[in-house]
Design a protein around this ligand. Structure first.
Ligand code: SAH
Length: 237
């Protein structure tokens, strides 16, 4: 009996420890610390003020499974189910910063995942369109973003390789899964003067974050930024 009681008490401790582990103020403090760490780790390319403000605001612990919420403010990727991950905060900061968003911008994201990157974009830009190929993940992210009041984010289930033609053109496009090449439909949906950030690399090879800029005259320049590690872009293309 005593052993059963001890086991139940231990179970309750683990359960409540995981489900309601920290207060809002504690999460807030951890979030501030995470942002400072991200800035420190960014070295000579620190994120701009708008990116810092967005990351200080978006509650990353609401975008990870409840049992992982105590780890939400570590500068690490975390599993979100279906073999996918929420990206590392450092990379979210870098990708968002590279887009050089303005407050009237319309942004397309490929790979909604948890919805965290979409929320960060939505804090800075006017509207965000985000596409997820795994239906349950996309539905969960849509519900989460709605519950958190992100009315300027539109979600869709589908293959992001083909973009969102009805909403094009976009001022900025961010792809959060690694592709083997820059998807031509996305390039087409980017405004002249617009910026796209996309991880490129063949499976099992080093991937690089690429900055693709469409010049006002329509010509395209591509710059390699940093080596990265992303889940692969899926789909039928
Ligand atoms: N931006 C996400 C991280 C996503 S991980 C976040 O902030 O949490 C990459 C996501 O891309 C995964 O959820 C994966 O299912 C999705 N994905 C992979 N290929 C895709 C495709 N062709 N179209 C849309 N989403 C895709």
């Amino acid at each position: 009996m005593n052993r059963q009681f001890a086991a139940a008490a231990f179970g309750a401790l683990i359960y409540f420890g995981c489900v309601i582990p920290l207060s809002a103020a504690e999460y807030e403090a951890l979030r501030q610390k995470m942002v400072r760490e991200v800035i420190a780790a960014s070295g000579s390319s620190p994120p701009g003020a708008s990116v810092v403000a967005a990351m200080e605001k978006v509650e990353r612990h609401r975008f990870v499974p409840a049992w992982l919420s105590i780890f939400a403010y570590r500068n690490h990727p975390l599993p979100i189910g279906h073999g996918q991950t929420i990206s590392q905060p450092l990379i979210v900061a870098r990708m968002t910063d590279l887009l050089k968003l303005k407050k009237d911008d319309k942004v397309l994201e490929i790979g909604t995942g948890s919805g965290y990157q979409a929320a960060v974009l939505a804090e800075i830009a006017k509207s965000v369109y985000t596409i997820e190929i795994i239906e349950p993940l996309g539905n969960e992210a849509a519900r989460r973003l709605q519950a958190l009041g992100y009315d300027n984010v539109k979600t869709r289930i589908g293959d992001g390789y083909y973009g969102w033609p009805e909403a094009a053109p976009f001022d900025a496009i961010v792809v959060t899964a690694a592709a083997s090449h820059v998807p031509p439909p996305l390039l087409k949906q980017l405004k002249p003067g617009g910026r796209m950030v996309v991880p490129l690399g063949a499976p099992f090879m080093t991937q690089y974050l690429m900055l693709v800029e469409k010049q006002p005259d329509g010509s395209v320049t591509t710059r390699q930024i940093v080596p990265v590690h992303f889940v692969p872009l899926r789909g039928g293309h």
